[in-house]
Design a protein around this ligand. Structure first.
Ligand SMILES: Cc1ncc(COP(=O)(O)O)c(C=O)c1O
Length: 362
């Protein structure tokens, strides 16, 4: 039995008829940019997230860059973010000419440690950028009292409880492995700040309202009509999919995976975009999984503060010990909504065999 790390095809298979009909409808309509589905999706996404406005953009990275631009964050400004996250988080800050300031993660939640964030605030800090990593909401209550505005990088946590509530703005990616995905690239900005929404909307459209007068130096970054059409169908499934992710995650615990490796700590808001475990034996476990044709992955093995492109920031190995420790031992095992129980049992069996092979004789 081959078991992929995520099975997006299994997720959308029951929707194929609906997706094909939507594609045919858009093809017949001939409006591929800023059509009716683009506008409708933005409204439906806003209602889903509980904000007044969302703006569809080309991808999650653009969403971050455009938000930073809209907030006029640039050279001389600092933005505090984790180093244990996808590169785009810090890249967006550096792309604006601002300085990413890396704070430590909490070794339990793997999200920003509010105490370390507080210690890193200076008079140049313009924002804090928490990431709701792997679908687990960051410590928003603690971060929101620190002062600087919160820009939520919610690329991995669309619709997770507690997300998009306390930040001035939140951003999303619809990359095909995300918990809300499209059939290519896509992204979204969500906010209840009308002025900010207006600026983001203009910036994403060459800094113009009407493509006649150009008030800002902007971007060409839009969510395609075809992707918006697909996303409207997927959004209707999202609560069920997020529930399905939690069910599969809790089942791994029931099946005893926690006796073999350290599981992600559960909390009700966690929607398990990925199921990321930890073990000092991760390489042996991953080799066994690979041998058994079971997908697995590691994350941010070179954390952002040690990435070549960001060397100019001057961080050295050892400067973020928790981050570096987690980078060395984390790995994910397959998880998707509706993942068959037998597939989960097989994953646990293979992990067990790898761990017991390595165990010292009694
Ligand atoms: C935490 C995080 N931020 C930003 C992004 C960037 O999104 P995109 O790939 O759509 O540009 C991703 C996903 O790839 C991500 O996981």
């Amino acid at each position: 039995m081959q078991i992929p790390l995520v099975d997006v095809k299994a997720q959308y298979a029951p929707l194929t008829g609906e997706l094909e009909a939507r594609f045919r409808e858009i093809l017949a309509g001939g409006q591929f940019i800023r059509g009716p589905h683009y506008h409708a999706f933005q409204e439906e996404a806003a209602a889903f997230l509980g904000v007044s406005k969302t703006i569809g953009v080309a991808n999650g990275t653009d969403a971050l860059v455009i938000v930073l631009d809209a907030l006029e964050i640039g050279p001389g400004d600092e933005v505090i973010c984790p180093a244990f996250t996808f590169y785009a988080t810090a890249e967006s800050i550096a792309r604006r000419g601002a300085t990413p300031v890396f704070a430590e993660i909490d070794p339990v939640t793997l999200n920003l440690d509010p105490e370390d964030v507080a210690a890193k605030i200076t008079d140049r800090t313009r924002a804090i950028m928490p990431v709701h990593l792997f679908g687990r909401p960051a410590a928003m209550d603690e971060l929101s009292v620190l002062g600087p505005p919160l820009i939520e990088d919610a690329a991995q946590a669309f619709g997770a409880p507690g997300v998009a509530k306390q930040g001035v703005v939140s951003t999303y990616s619809f990359f095909p492995t995300k918990n809300l995905f499209c059939l290519g690239d896509g992204g979204l900005v969500a906010t209840s700040d009308e002025e900010l929404a207006d600026r983001v909307k203009m910036l994403a459209f060459h800094g113009s309202r009407d493509k006649v007068d150009f008030d800002l130096v902007g971007y060409n970054s839009r969510l395609d009509e075809l992707q918006a059409g697909m996303l409207r169908i997927f959004l209707q499934q999202l609560n069920g999919w997020n529930r399905g992710r939690r069910e599969a995650a809790l089942r791994y615990a029931e099946l005893g995976l926690g006796d073999l490796v350290e599981l992600p700590q559960d909390e009700p808001g966690h929607i398990y975009h990925l199921f990321v475990c930890r073990s000092p034996e991760r390489d042996r476990i991953r080799a066994a999984l690979s041998e058994a044709k079971i997908g697995s992955a590691t994350y941010y093995t070179t954390p952002l503060h040690l990435q070549p492109a960001l060397r100019f920031l001057g961080y050295e190995a050892g400067s973020l010990p928790e981050t570096e420790r987690v980078a060395e031992v984390n790995f994910s095992v397959p998880l998707w909504p509706g993942m068959p129980v037998e597939a989960q049992e097989r994953v646990v069996d293979v992990v067990r065999s790898a761990v017991s092979v390595g165990a010292p004789a009694a």
